[in-house]
Write a protein that binds this ligand. Structure first.
Ligand code: BJW
Length: 258
């Protein structure tokens, strides 16, 4: 009963929203078969802690290990498809005047699903740059134009340093354009929908509280209570591939009623 009330409240807020910002994390891609960031890894990678691979120091120490990890993840993502959660977020664009997705994910699945305004906070798998940004920040490298394999980090064609994935690692600053787009989406929204993130990695983890401070309603969707439940106005427990399509269906009925 309480859950139904919460769901109903969420639909009412979305029906009245003119600007919706959606902050997503790894959980939204779980139903596409992509493990979340903090889930135990499987197979060859089970012995490694992802938090210790996603750093510039890890790459400096062992570029080939970090390279092979990203190539394996890129390979997995290339074979995955957007799931009903991603698609429901695309459908929301027909029901709310402005929708911006701010995602921590590097899998590109929101864009592949068809979402129009997507800010990728932590970069993208399958895009590469020179580790030293020798030609300016970022020095992007087209992998098709250099010899490379899955096991060894290739050399930069300009400086002979190493090529790395164009993602944001711990201790690195998010690109200015990305921060600008994020601040704009957070400061304008009247509803912030948070989906599938543990809410522990900064600066993303502070965004819902900032939206709330500016007057937005915060709705959190996650099968397990995360760090953001404490500040959320509405918590909808459940996998996003089920909760988001159900929200869209109810919202269609509600908007249809006027
Ligand atoms: C489902 C589901 C289903 C399951 N449906 N949901 C202030 C205080 C303390 C520390 C810091 C601070 N400011 C900065 C820091 C340091 C650091 C940080 O935050 N550390 C924390 C660990 C404390 N931040 C940074 O370094 C950032 N840079 C920065 O702030 O620069 C300035 C600065 C630097 C240094 C010092 C101070 C200031 C950069 C952060 C970059 C993060 N990069 C990564 C890797 C990207 C590339 C890659 O993918 O390999 O981004 S780390 C990793 O975490 C990845 C993710 O995007 C990110 C968030 O993870 P996410 O998405 O929340 O995933 P999970 O796995 O944690 O959670 C999944 C959730 O899904 C769970 O809740 C499940 O329940 C749920 N779920 N199934 C819906 N079906």
């Amino acid at each position: 009963m309480v859950l139904r009330d919460e769901f109903h409240r969420a639909v009412e807020h979305l029906a009245r929203a003119s600007y919706l910002t959606v902050l997503t994390g790894a959980g939204v891609s779980k139903e596409s078969g992509i493990p979340t960031f903090r889930e135990a890894q499987t197979g060859l990678w089970a012995q490694y802690d992802p938090q210790e691979l996603a750093t510039p120091d890890a790459f400096r120490r062992n570029p080939d290990l970090v390279w092979a990890w990203y190539m394996a993840r890129w390979n997995r993502v290339a074979g995955a498809q957007p799931n009903p959660g991603h698609r429901a977020l695309v459908d929301l664009e027909k029901l709310v005047p402005m929708v911006t997705i701010v995602t921590q994910n590097v899998d590109g699945l929101h864009i592949r699903a068809g979402s129009r305004y997507v800010v990728e906070l932590h970069g993208r798998l399958g895009r590469f740059k020179c580790f030293d940004n020798c030609q300016g920040d970022p020095t992007l490298i087209d992998l098709e134009k250099i010899p490379y394999g899955r096991e060894r980090a290739p050399n930069c064609p300009y400086c002979d340093g190493k090529v790395r994935p164009d993602v944001v690692w711990f201790g690195e600053i998010l690109p200015a354009s990305v921060l600008q787009g994020t601040i704009s989406a957070i400061s304008q929204c009247d509803v912030a929908l948070v989906v599938g993130t543990s809410g522990i990695v900064q600066p993303a983890a502070s965004l819902p509280a900032e939206a709330k401070r500016r007057g937005a309603t915060v709705i959190d969707v996650n099968p397990a209570p995360d760090e953001l439940v404490a500040i959320a106005d509405i918590y909808l427990p459940g996998p996003s591939g089920e909760v988001l399509p159900a929200l869209v269906e109810q919202l269609k009925n509600r908007v249809g009623r006027g």
